[in-house]
Design a protein. Structure first.
Length: 370
């Protein structure tokens, strides 16, 4: 069993965030919950500069417990994050925070699993300042009646649901974290557990509708929805509402993915996934064909035969959908939106957008009255 397998197994058992690096400080593997934050750059750099064979543990009130050590040619950073993450909603359930003794005991077991020997713990803590480690300041919880969704939150919600509709787990998880950070789950009841159950019901309803749009049979989608809601109602405690609802969404994503894989050739499905994942950077059909391991001419023929539209038409349609969302739910200038959806300039986006919708991007935004 290699370090990566042990790391993944240990993460699954503890929910600790574990980051692995080689001797050149290049990241080689990460095991963490989708909702857990990534390492702040300043923190990562500082820890890697001071790492050695002893396990060094540091505790910070704003980010949680951090440990680092080197074993063989691999460097490890282990993080038990606190709930100090900015946003508009209720964040005390994002990441479970553990006490020092539990963290140290878990590190001891992790090291033994990796090396079959007991670790040595350093008595020194890494000297870090808030500037080194904090990306964003903490934000106090809002009261039950104060929560207000934002336009950015609606955009994140739509993109998250597209991940379900596409059956694309990477797209779903990336946008779920953004949606969560906007705080649009809110607080749906004065009682904590009831609020969490209401959040789960609301999220499951959104996932169900998106899955049906993605091709999941309505009966199957509603049966899965009923199962998730019944299990939720039976719970006496929900420790982490963010991860709990994400795993429900993941079940719908995987169902849609399975159906799409059954209904279209693998090459076409993978080409679509590549476009979803690289919408802002994909340049041409050659690049897409290379990503799925076939010739450009074969991909173009098979794509048109399977979907009824060309690869380029599909790519443009996805760019236009993304542009519409940005126009509706943000106040970003059109030049910036053009860059975000992969156009070289505003004029290029405007020409394509008007050809597809009959409106310029500016008029489209004005007509929506958002």
């Amino acid at each position: 069993m290699d370090f990566t397998t042990i790391t993944d197994d240990f993460h699954d058992a503890t929910n600790l965030s574990i980051f692995m690096f080689n001797e050149q400080n290049k990241a080689i593997h990460t095991a963490k919950m989708a909702v857990a934050p990534g390492l702040p750059i300043g923190l990562e750099t500082k820890l890697l500069q001071n790492i050695n064979t002893e396990i060094a543990i540091s505790i910070f009130s704003r980010i949680g417990a951090i440990a680092s050590f080197k074993l063989s040619k691999t460097k490890f950073i282990v993080w038990a994050p606190s709930n100090a993450i900015a946003g508009n909603g209720k964040y005390d359930d994002k990441i479970p925070l553990i006490d020092f003794n539990t963290f140290k005991a878990q590190l001891n077991l992790f090291y033994i699993a990796l090396d079959q020997t007991a670790p040595a713990f350093s008595t020194n803590q890494v000297d870090l300042t808030d500037y080194d480690i904090i990306d964003r300041p903490n934000q106090q919880l809002e009261s039950f009646n104060e929560h207000k969704p934002s336009h950015n939150g609606y955009l994140a919600e739509q993109r998250m649901l597209l991940g379900v509709e596409h059956g694309n787990l990477n797209e779903f998880n990336a946008n779920y974290v953004i949606f969560m950070n906007q705080g649009n789950f809110g607080i749906l009841a004065p009682d904590d557990l009831r609020s969490k159950k209401n959040i789960t019901v609301a999220a499951t309803t959104l996932f169900t509708r998106a899955a049906i749009r993605g091709g999941m049979f309505a009966e199957d989608a509603y049966n899965l929805s009923d199962e998730c809601i019944k299990k939720t109602e039976a719970k006496r405690n929900i420790t982490n509402i963010y991860e709990y609802t994400r795993t429900i969404g993941e079940r719908f994503v995987k169902n849609v993915s399975q159906i799409k894989r059954q209904n279209i050739p693998s090459i076409i499905y993978r080409a679509q996934e590549y476009i979803y994942d690289n919408l802002a950077t994909v340049k041409n059909v050659d690049e897409i064909a290379q990503s799925v391991g076939c010739s450009k001419s074969y991909l173009m023929h098979l794509f048109k035969d399977t979907t009824g539209i060309s690869v380029i038409e599909f790519l443009i349609a996805q760019k236009m959908l993304s542009a519409k969302q940005l126009l509706l739910f943000t106040q970003l200038p059109i030049s910036e939106i053009a860059t975000l959806v992969g156009y070289n300039n505003q004029s290029q986006l405007s020409r394509t957008f008007k050809k597809m919708t009959g409106l310029s991007p500016l008029n489209f935004r004005k007509n929506q009255h958002i």
